[in-house]
Design a protein around this ligand. Structure first.
Ligand code: ATP
Length: 530
């Protein structure tokens, strides 16, 4: 049972330094992170046990227990999930595997306040325990290994950690936080219970806490041996819509996405028919920093009958919608579905098409409500409706500023929905410096006799506006769309017309302004393009 000391990977050491040294804006999240790990560990066990049911040993009911000890100043979070072998503990708790956390480290600015906020947004998983703990001990035993092959991992969060082999009868993991003196407020049942209620209510496993009773002799509350479930423990998406409040949807989104901002919109549906599934999809308010990484598609989690299957369910969402977050729970897919199978499955294709259509209609809805109704239409609204309309106005503009450029990829990627995507596009133009002009707006104000929608691509708005190619259009009072995203030229090459009107780049040689131009002007114009 010898003890070994290991150095943390340099990146972990940096992260820990930050966690322990920065003023943390919301220390409560340590519990959310550790409960989420415990829940993941149970999901993993359930998944592995599909192939090998003996992994359940004699404890098939998966659960998470949270308790504390005032005298010892500890909080313990225990799960009976997959557990870790000694080698796994060394690897998983000593290095950072997640690319997200690495990106996070790269983005650190050195400004403590800003960086502390960033941690809040990302959540740094296990290491957030060090926000409140001066030492963390983890005791674990992997499902399937004998009790003598348990492990104790321990660290004070500076450069190194120790491991030793222990005997542990129960499968799974206990994370024991030895609290710092200034974190003793967490040695309180009510406090822990309310944090669990706030952040972890949706966790689909029971979270248990010991009950408390008044001890007359001691003159204080003491913990009893009886356990009480403190979360609702029904996966949020399985509950009927009418029983879920907006706050619960938003909190679930924050847990899912690590985004600190509320989403712009969500949509929750049970889809019935030849393929049955539940769909809960969110449109975030802010783009992630890795939006341009087309390979990264961790937004939508796939469950099969409430069993978590995989995280980066690429097959569930096309690349141009990779920023959508949410959950799909299918009743039809086999539980042991593999990545390869996912790609071939007709059910999955149906789910993906359904998701795409759903997101597009959420965006259409946001777009329709982006501007407040005017005149009589506005007057006709009740006060409640006016308030709602005011709240919803401007959301599509926000969406477009964050995600518009990625949505344009859809023109090239998703032929079936090209028309719908085209209606969602917004551009700056010779009439508007902000990207607020839709193709429909443009078409509605085309001049009599104008036969095409004109656009110009350039590196910047200033360059576009100063382009000599616009001169003739200005003279004729014809609006030109100004496009400055890198993706524009590529994307527009897929869009030849909109609602029966052809699209023309003003840069592509002589432009025929048709009846709007007399012959002499046409000649001038043609030479000016040579
Ligand atoms: N309770 C646990 N049971 C089993 N393994 C665990 C447990 N907690 C952590 N681990 C292991 O340690 C790894 C690192 O945990 P950490 O929380 O830092 O990152 P993560 O879980 O991968 O990411 P995140 O928590 O941000 O989703 C996990 O991926 C998992 O393999």
């Amino acid at each position: 049972m010898s003890k070994h000391t290991h150095a943390f990977q340099a990146e972990v050491a940096r992260l820990l330094h930050l966690v322990t040294h920065s003023l943390y804006s919301n220390p409560d999240i340590f519990l959310r992170e550790l409960i989420s790990n415990a829940s993941d560990a149970c999901d993993k066990l359930r998944f592995e046990a599909l192939a090998d049911p003996s992994l359940y040993e004699d404890a098939p009911n998966l659960e998470i227990r949270v308790t504390f000890d005032k005298a010892a100043k500890t909080i313990t979070i225990t799960d009976n999930g997959i557990g870790m072998s000694e080698a796994e503990a060394i690897e998983h708790l000593g290095t950072i595997a997640k690319s997200g956390t690495r990106d996070f480290l790269q983005r650190l600015s050195g400004d403590q306040k800003q960086d502390a906020q960033l941690i809040g947004q990302f959540g740094v998983g296990f290491y957030s325990g060090f926000i409140v703990a001066e030492r963390i001990t983890v005791e674990s035993r992997r499902a399937g290994l004998p009790p003598e092959q348990g492990v104790r991992w321990s660290s004070d969060g500076s450069g190194a950690f120790d491991t030793e082999t222990i005997t542990r009868a129960a499968r799974g993991t206990s994370v024991i936080l030895h609290l710092r003196d200034d974190a003793s407020e967490y040695l309180n049942r009510w406090k822990l219970k309310s944090i669990i209620g706030k952040y972890s209510d949706h966790i689909s496993l029971p979270i248990l806490m010991p009950q408390e009773a008044w001890d007359k002799d001691k003159g204080e509350y003491v913990l009893r041996d009886e356990w009480e479930q403190v979360n609702a423990a029904s996966a949020l998406w399985t509950r009927p819509k009418k029983d879920i409040s907006a706050e619960q949807y938003i909190e679930f989104y924050k847990n899912l996405s690590y985004d600190s901002e509320a989403p712009l919109a969500w949509s929750h549906n049970r889809v019935e028919g030849s393929t049955e599934y539940t769909q809960l999809l969110y449109i975030p308010a802010k783009a992630p920093f890795d939006l341009w990484n087309r390979d990264k598609r961790g937004g939508v989690k796939l469950y099969v009958k409430r069993v978590f299957i995989m995280d980066d369910a690429e097959s569930l969402m096309p690349a141009y919608l990779r920023w959508v977050k949410g959950v799909i729970d299918s009743a039809d897919l086999p539980l042991n579905v593999s990545r390869e199978l996912l790609q071939e499955s007709r059910d999955v294709k149906a789910i993906r098409d359904g998701n795409t259509r759903r997101v597009l209609s959420m965006l259409e809805d946001l777009a329709a409500k982006d501007r407040l109704p005017e005149g009589e239409a506005w007057e006709a609204l009740s006060d409640d409706d006016k308030a709602r309309a005011q709240e919803e106005a401007g959301r599509y503009t926000r969406f477009w500023a964050e995600f518009g450029a990625v949505l344009k990829e859809g023109l090239g990627e998703d032929m079936a929905n090209r028309e719908r995507i085209a209606r969602l596009l917004r551009f700056a133009s010779t009439r508007s410096d902000t990207p607020s002009v839709s193709l429909a707006d443009y078409k509605a104000r085309m001049k009599d006799g104008q036969k095409a929608i004109y656009y110009l691509t350039a590196d910047t708005l200033a360059a576009a506006k100063n382009s000599p190619q616009l001169e003739v259009f200005r003279q004729k009072g014809i609006e030109v769309l100004l496009m400055t995203d890198r993706v524009d030229e590529w994307a527009m090459s897929f869009l030849h017309e909109f609602d029966g009107v052809p699209l023309r780049s003003v840069a592509k040689g002589a432009v025929d302004l048709g009846e709007l131009q007399d012959e002499a002007e046409k000649k001038d114009c043609a030479t000016s393009f040579l």
